[in-house]
Design a protein around this ligand. Structure first.
Ligand code: SAM
Length: 243
């Protein structure tokens, strides 16, 4: 599965968390739902590992790319591409039918995150797990300030949703407490929170490209440690629907 691919600072920590869950359920063919799964960066490797994956995404183009990618990987029979809206999952996926839900880089672009989380929690079987990746606020403030965009950094720091105004492509960004509270309110028990890309976006390209293995090791070492976790570009939350 992911071991056969080049892990990057964008994916290594997430795969480490997912691998632990897959190992815990070794021998089972899991039902996986990837909400806003796009072109299948996670869905296809999970299908290659033997699991059945449904990707629900609003974009027909993304789903077409997913379908091609799944066919090229020889797993078209285990990947279902469904066009639909993340907050209308109840009409697309049977309630309490899924073992693992992924929702990566979606909550910051939808109109309302609460119904999306409620819907994906409802899709989970009791004991099923959710992997949720969100944009983090602190890194966005620091990133703009480091790039000399001090007004945008100040606006983003002051905005209750963590956006930088009209040109910002995201509707919101999170800190760990806020993201955790969102999942908890939907009845999920948060088990782990990691930072994704603690350093990768801050380093000069020559360092990141020149020492990729050392960077990956350091990202993995810092991902769960405070204060580094909370300075990461993204936060990964792993939560479970109580059995
Ligand atoms: C930033 S991409 C993330 C893709 C993938 N999850 C990943 O991490 O690589 C966001 C995806 O969410 C999809 N999306 C945005 N709003 C959505 C909605 N309301 N319902 C379903 N999918 C949505 C987009 O089409 C896009 O594929």
């Amino acid at each position: 599965m992911e071991q056969t691919r080049t892990l990057s600072p964008r994916t290594a920590v997430i795969w480490a968390v997912l691998r632990a869950e897959l190992d815990r359920r070794a021998g089972e063919r899991l039902s996986v739902l990837d909400v806003g799964g796009g072109t299948g960066g996670f869905a296809v490797p999970l299908a290659e590992a033997g699991h059945r994956v449904t990707v629900v995404d609003a974009s027909p183009d993304a789903l077409a790319a997913l379908t091609r990618r799944a066919a090229e990987a020889g797993v078209a029979d285990r990947v279902r591409a469904t066009q639909g809206d993340a907050d209308a999952l109840t009409g697309l996926v049977e309630p309490a039918s899924v073992d693992l839900v992924l929702c990566h880089s979606v909550l910051e672009v939808v109109d309302e995150p609460e119904p999306v989380i409620a819907a994906l929690a409802g899709a989970l079987r009791p004991g099923g797990a959710a992997s949720v990746l969100v944009a983090a606020r602190a890194a966005a403030v620091l990133g703009r300030a480091i790039n000399g965009q001090l007004a945008a950094a100040a606006a983003l720091a002051a905005d209750p949703h963590g956006t930088a105004g009209g040109r910002d492509t995201l509707h919101r960004r999170y800190d760990a407490d806020g993201a955790g509270a969102l999942l908890t309110a939907a009845g999920l028990a948060v088990e782990e929170i990691h930072g994704v890309r603690v350093l990768a976006d801050l380093l000069p390209a020559a360092v990141a490209d020149g020492q990729p293995a050392a960077l990956l090791d350091l990202e993995c070492a810092l991902a769960a440690k405070l204060p580094y976790r909370d300075l990461a570009a993204q936060l990964h939350l792993f939560a479970r629907r109580p059995a």
